[in-house]
Design a protein around this ligand. Structure first.
Ligand SMILES: [Zn+2]
Ligand SMILES: [Zn+2]
Length: 254
């Protein structure tokens, strides 16, 4: 399995892109502004999009993506999300006012995009890859994912602050090779992190002791301009783990 980080920033500016992970050439986790760097052919190859939650930085290029591939794909793109996430997109984005309802275009029988609800705690096999949706603790209903294939696995927290479930689910498995973990704010903004449902380095340290695996850990969703201080604070708070800053464009072979 190949994992390509299209975007992993908490914001924009110059070369920063918001959250989107491309698995092989056909699966996206989130559809933030990183999607805009794909070629039209790469966009047309995407068959499944798994959303973590309804915040804009995680779906902002989905409306433009389905418009761009409209008329040039044979099978609809399947957009997976927990019920509250799908409901929010239908009500507030694909509502004919902000954007057309592409789940009914060009026709209800043969649309360019279909929504499929998925319940946290369930898994979906796609070829030799399996995605598990895992409930986390964000200010709106949010999930992370564990993605496994025959040769390896990774997990992505999505947006979250402290809780047990994500770590307990990962601990049920024999291994975890790679962890992409959000840390949105530096320690000085820990109060804001709690209120906004995000981690600070000190908050993440409290949860990582729950994880029995020893994966390489890549820090994502950092506030623009605060990347280095957040990663430095993570290394100080969690000295026994291998902590890296995640950069857009990074690829992993798992
Ligand atoms: Zn969020
Ligand atoms: Zn976010």
């Amino acid at each position: 399995m190949n994992l390509r980080v299209l975007g992993c920033s908490g914001g924009i500016g110059a070369d920063l892109r918001t959250t989107s992970l491309l698995i092989d050439d056909d699966i996206l986790i989130d559809a933030g502004s990183g999607v805009g760097d794909l070629t039209l052919e790469e966009l047309e190859n995407i068959k499944h999009i798994f959303l973590t939650h309804s915040h804009m930085d995680h779906f902002t290029f989905l409306p433009l993506m389905v418009d761009s591939i409209f008329g040039s794909i044979k099978e609809p793109v399947i957009v997976h999300g927990q019920p509250k996430t799908i409901e929010a997109l239908k009500t507030h984005i694909f509502n004919w006012t902000i954007w057309p309802d592409f789940s009914k275009l060009p026709s209800e029988e043969n649309p360019v995009m279909v929504f499929e609800t998925m319940m946290p705690g369930t898994t979906m096999p796609l070829g030799d890859r399996t995605l598990e949706m895992i409930q986390v603790n964000h200010i709106v209903p949010g999930v992370g994912y564990r993605v496994a294939c025959n040769s390896g696995s990774f997990a992505f927290t999505g947006d979250t602050t402290n809780h047990d479930n994500f770590w307990e689910v990962l601990n049920r498995y024999d291994s975890l090779d790679l962890l992409i973990c959000e840390v949105a704010f530096p320690n000085v903004l820990e109060d804001l992190a709690k209120r906004a449902g995000h981690y600070s380095p000190e908050l993440l340290a409290l949860d990582l002791v729950k994880l029995r695996h020893r994966p390489d850990i890549y820090i994502s969703h950092t506030k623009p301009g605060k990347e280095d201080i957040i990663v430095d604070e993570c290394r100080a708070a969690i000295p026994d783990r291998k902590i890296h800053r995640l950069f857009g464009g990074t690829q992993f072979a798992l």
